[in-house]
Design a protein. Structure first.
Length: 90
């Protein structure tokens, strides 16, 4: 019973703390953004969408090639296993 009362008091005090912080939040000033830095102008002029598309295309091609290699390797292993299976054992 004491644990329940302790938990209720703890949660109520936590709620009061959150309420007080929420009241104080509007008083906190957000600093105004600074004027453009030369580096930010360079970064914003980069064609990020084209770079992203090129990377995605390269990744897709590479994954297709790996898939093809893995499928060929799987076929090679399967053929090898079937050859060993068909050989008579002594």
């Amino acid at each position: 019973m004491y644990d329940l009362i302790l938990q209720i008091v703890f949660m109520a005090s936590l709620g009061v703390i959150v309420y007080i912080v929420a009241l104080a939040l509007p008083r906190i000033e957000v600093p105004a953004p600074r004027e453009g830095h030369p580096l930010s102008k360079v970064i914003s002029s980069l064609p990020l969408k084209k770079i992203d598309e090129a990377i995605a295309s390269y990744k897709a091609k590479t994954l297709r090639r790996f898939r093809l290699i893995i499928m060929k390797l799987d076929n090679l292993i399967s053929k090898s296993l079937h050859k060993d299976k068909d050989k008579p054992r002594l």
